[in-house]
Design a protein around this ligand. Structure first.
Ligand code: CA
Length: 411
């Protein structure tokens, strides 16, 4: 055999052998792990509510242990928010309708990181849709503690509308109007609260309430419902007089009519169009207003089984103040604090006499014998005033009280 041929064959053998060795050699423990990628999926997060703490866990990446989370380069969180390395997104929304998009990168040592896109919106107001319908407004003749002269039961029909699930808070009012004259702040804050942000705004006149509605409509580029002119103010800054007309067809925010307010307060029940034996309350079983159901004076609860309002000197938990909105349970429309906490201004002029056959979406009488407007639902006082049908609190629209606020609706 020629040496060159032998050398060639030996070289070929060594080459094939080295391939064999390379294929069969075991992996050393010093080798890096395979270049696996993490898996991470973005999503649309639930909306936050301005002025209310927000917390969402974004730690959903998989593929390794010890994953940490950071805001992706080139992405920013909305002001007032932060993200922990464990993936917890926290913040207090502080901007109106700030629809935020951002990206989060999930990383783990030895793994290819993954980035996911998130979005959420910051709602200034949480609203709920109330499906329209026909219901029995007013109280049946046998309802305890009723005022027979102002609660004549009759059928009323309304269109769909949306209603804020809470009374307007001090933080919301101040954000839109630039002032907050509420009594329950500073030295008069309820015990244990650092601020009154989540307390319902009060010390607002009816004129202040409609002005808020218009300012909020402007903020959200809606068509204002009210035309307001000739405002005059008291030294504190409340509007105490103005000419106000309403165009209910406009899509902006407004006060509920009495009819809308009572329909919403009674909640959804099966026979509301025909049931004349309605319950006094739109919470629980409808027959009681007792400790734990709402913010009211628990020394004067109410129970149909006890003949309506009764005296309970030891009744627990009486606050003698407003409470943070949403502190008690919602009715079955998802509305909080309809009963109690603060009285709520409605649009309507006050007239004890209710129409027996009102038109659909009745806007109330054209004027009031007492030149007063209605507030509904009771405040932190006796339970009998919290009845759904109660309409004795007629107020001069220039007055402001520490237990009277409002919520808003729109169509
Ligand atoms: Ca209320």
């Amino acid at each position: 055999m020629k040496p060159t041929k032998t050398l060639f064959l030996m070289t070929l053998f060594i080459f094939l052998f080295s391939l064999f060795i390379g294929c069969s050699s075991p992996t050393s423990s010093d080798d890096p792990p395979p270049p696996s990628s993490l898996s991470y999926t973005g999503k649309t997060l639930p909306a936050g509510l301005m002025g209310f703490p927000y917390e969402q866990n974004l730690a959903s990446a998989t593929g390794a242990s010890g994953i940490s989370y950071t805001i992706a380069s080139g992405s920013t969180l909305p002001a007032g928010f932060s993200l922990s390395s464990g993936g917890m997104l926290t913040g207090t929304p502080n901007a109106v309708a700030a629809n935020a998009k951002f990206s989060v990168t999930a990383s783990a040592t030895g793994y290819t990181s993954a980035t996911a896109d998130f979005s959420f919106s910051i709602d200034f107001l949480a609203m709920v849709s109330i499906p329209g319908g026909t219901f029995m407004m007013g109280s049946p003749a046998g309802e305890y503690n009723r005022y027979s002269g102002s609660e004549a039961q009759h059928s009323a029909e309304i269109s769909d509308f949306e209603m804020s699930i809470y009374p307007i808070t001090q933080a919301q009012f101040e954000r839109i109007m630039g002032f907050n004259l509420s009594y329950h702040q500073g030295a008069a804050l309820p015990a244990g609260l650092a601020n009154g942000d989540k307390l319902p705004v009060e010390m607002v006149t009816w004129f202040d309430a409609v002005a808020f509605c218009n300012a909020l409509s402007d903020e959200e580029h809606l068509t204002k419902v009210y035309a307001i002119s000739g405002e005059s103010y008291n030294p504190a800054g409340n509007i105490i007089a103005a000419t106000v007309t309403a165009t209910f067809a406009n899509n902006g925010y407004r006060l509920p009519t009495e009819t809308e307010w009572e329909y919403a307060c009674r909640g959804s029940y099966a026979n509301k169009a025909t049931e004349t034996d309605t319950k006094p309350f739109g919470l629980g079983d409808g027959t009681k207003m007792e400790y734990g159901l709402a913010n009211f004076d628990t020394h004067f609860p109410y129970d149909v089984a006890q003949g309506g309002e009764y005296n309970d000197p030891a009744g627990p938990g009486y606050k003698d103040s407003t409470s943070e909105v949403g502190s008690y349970g919602a009715n079955n429309y998802g509305l909080y604090d309809m009963h109690g906490n603060v009285w709520e201004w409605c649009w309507d002029w006050h007239n004890n006499a209710l129409p027996t056959n009102p038109p659909k979406d009745y806007e109330g009488p054209a004027s009031s014998p007492s030149s007063s407007r209605l507030a509904r639902g009771g405040a932190y006082g006796p339970a009998k005033n919290l009845r759904s049908a109660h309409r004795q609190f007629s107020i001069d629209p220039s007055y402001a009280y520490k237990d009277t606020g409002f919520r808003v609706v729109r169509r």
